[in-house]
Design a protein around this ligand. Structure first.
Ligand code: FAD
Ligand code: AMP
Length: 478
């Protein structure tokens, strides 16, 4: 007799594992299938995010920032150090310990909530049956009332720079360098390229980012992307825009990269090259030919606004479906799907998913940019407050960047919050909460904010929307 579950989830990333826990909490008999093995060959839950994504990259960003601050930011506080050293294997080891703790934590949560973990490769067959193939080749058929596909994504490979995980690496390889490369190339100025480039630049690498587009961080508000480019250049990141990589040649321990830009054919030599040109959905061997589940034209599993696929009772969430490739988006889709399986009327507000780039300064936003709103013909008022005028930012010697709030000129409703600066990710979340509750700029302006905090910059930006900021001169008069 085959095993039967109310819900079978394929993939234990932030989409799948959150969905599985929620399903079990709601009383559904739930199994989660995962095949990922860590370096020791042990099953590791948590997907890309916990194993080779959000968490390890943030661990290295935090370590490298401490080093960078100790080297460049302590003297202003009157602190001096005699000699500063970094032990890269120890830094990488700390990162791995954090990953292990968290992936083990997911396993414990599965146990505590009664989720059955099934190790192996899952494939959806017709009739909501799932074929589970274990590492030793043993095959088992599992039956389910509901199947959630959460197989995630993997790095895109480009023919001009084939990854060998030695000299040319993808994001996973870039989390494992055992020494700081002297000359580091990064292809792609997206979130991942900027974050990983920053890690190694802070530790002393001379970093060049090659980006095919002319525009820097096109999804961000233009004021933010302009400020970011200026700051990153000042930090020593050489960001070449309009530079399309066309080829590469590994020569021993270095790689010669060719690219074209406005001036024509160029070449540049690096000791290591990170390919960070985006990610693509994982659907390899996931769907039997008669499963009935459709893909869209870009290879993502086709779903509607509720993550329902073309087969009733089969859902897909996270990076394997349309939309932002972010862990929190995946998790919330998982929650929505499970709530709907239980018959609840859950839905997701896709307009209020915060985006974050964990560089320094951090960059984060939620809602629309000023350019998008103007293109849509929406009349807006804008309030901006620079961290240079924030007492808390001055105390921390971290005064770069600003908060920008965009509100509808007629209703004053907040339509976008954009932050570049210290703790931008945390500040933008306050904007997201306000926007979720339909807040106006005036509403935020009327609230009491603790002093001195970085959050006051959000308060002042909201006041500035209608010309009422206290600690800067208002551009707009009341
Ligand atoms: P995944 O996390 O990719 O998980 C899918 C899981 O399914 C994997 O474990 C895989 O092994 C398993 N699987 C696939 N197919 C099968 C199968 N057939 N059978 C069994 N198992 C299968 N996002 C953020 O929000 N914040 C960040 O700071 C951030 N930083 C990132 C940094 C890096 C370097 C990278 C690479 C990504 C980062 N992301 C970040 C993106 C984030 O990791 C993804 O958006 C998120 O992991 C997507 O979750 P998911 O559950 O859809 O898929
Ligand atoms: P993202 O999709 O946000 O991770 O960003 C990936 C970036 O890589 C995009 O901005 C692409 O324009 C860029 N990119 C893709 N292919 C190339 C290439 N051959 N040379 C340089 N940049 C590239």
């Amino acid at each position: 007799m085959s095993q039967k579950f109310d819900v079978v989830v394929i993939g234990a990333g932030p989409g799948g594992y959150v969905a599985a826990i929620k399903a079990a909490q709601l009383g559904l008999k739930t199994a989660c299938i995962e095949k990922y093995q860590d370096k020791e060959g042990k099953l590791a839950l948590g997907g890309t995010c916990l194993n080779v994504g959000c968490i390890p990259s943030k661990a290295l960003l935090d370590s490298s920032w401490k080093f960078y601050e100790a080297k460049n930011g302590f003297s202003v506080h009157g602190i001096s150090t005699s000699e500063l050293n970094i032990d890269i294997p120890a830094m990488i080891g700390r990162k791995s310990t954090i990953v292990k703790g968290l992936t083990g934590g997911v396993a414990s949560l599965f146990k505590a909530n009664g989720v059955t973990t099934l190790q192996g490769h899952g494939k959806l067959l017709a009739g909501k049956k799932v074929e589970l193939t274990a590492a030793d080749g043993t095959v088992e058929i599992i039956e389910a009332d509901h199947v959630i596909l959460a197989s995630g994504s993997r790095p895109i490979d480009i023919p001009p720079a084939p990854v060998d995980q030695k000299v040319i690496v993808d994001s996973t390889g870039a989390l494992e360098f055992q020494q700081v490369p002297q000359r580091l190339g990064v292809i792609g100025a997206g979130v991942i390229g900027l974050e990983l480039g920053s890690v190694w630049a802070r530790l002393g690498a001379q970093v060049t980012v090659l980006e095919a587009l002319e525009k820097f961080i096109p999804a961000a508000d233009e004021a933010v992307s302009k400020e970011a480019l200026k700051t990153f250049n000042k930090q020593g990141l050489d960001i070449k825009l309009g530079a399309r990589v066309t080829g590469s040649k590994v020569e021993g321990e270095q790689v010669v990269v060719s690219y074209t830009d406005a001036a024509g054919e160029q070449s540049i030599t690096f000791d290591r090259l990170i390919v960070a040109v985006g990610r693509r959905p994982v659907t390899t061997d996931l769907l039997a030919s008669d499963s009935g589940v459709d893909l869209d034209e870009r290879g993502f599993i086709y779903v509607d606004d509720y993550c329902t696929t073309s087969v009733p009772g089969v859902y897909a969430i996270g990076d394997v479906v349309r939309g932002l490739m972010l862990a929190h988006k995946a998790s919330e889709e998982g929650i929505m799907v499970v709530e709907r399986i239980k018959g609840h009327k859950a839905q997701m507000n896709y307009n209020l998913i915060p985006s974050v780039i964990y560089t320094h300064p951090e960059i984060a936003w939620v809602g629309k940019t000023e350019q998008t709103l103007k293109a849509e013909g929406v009349e807006v008022n804008v309030g901006t407050f620079p961290f240079a005028a924030s007492g808390r930012a001055m105390a921390a010697n971290d005064t770069g960047g600003f908060v920008k709030i965009i509100a509808d000129a007629k209703t004053d409703r907040v339509l976008g919050v954009h932050v570049i600066g210290p703790s931008a990710a945390e500040l933008v979340q306050q904007g997201a909460i306000a926007m979720e509750f339909g807040s106006s700029a005036e509403d935020i302006g009327m609230m009491v904010f603790s002093h001195p905090t970085l959050s006051e910059a959000l308060h002042e930006a909201a006041l500035a929307v209608n010309g009422g900021a206290i600690h800067i001169q208002n551009r707009k008069k009341r």
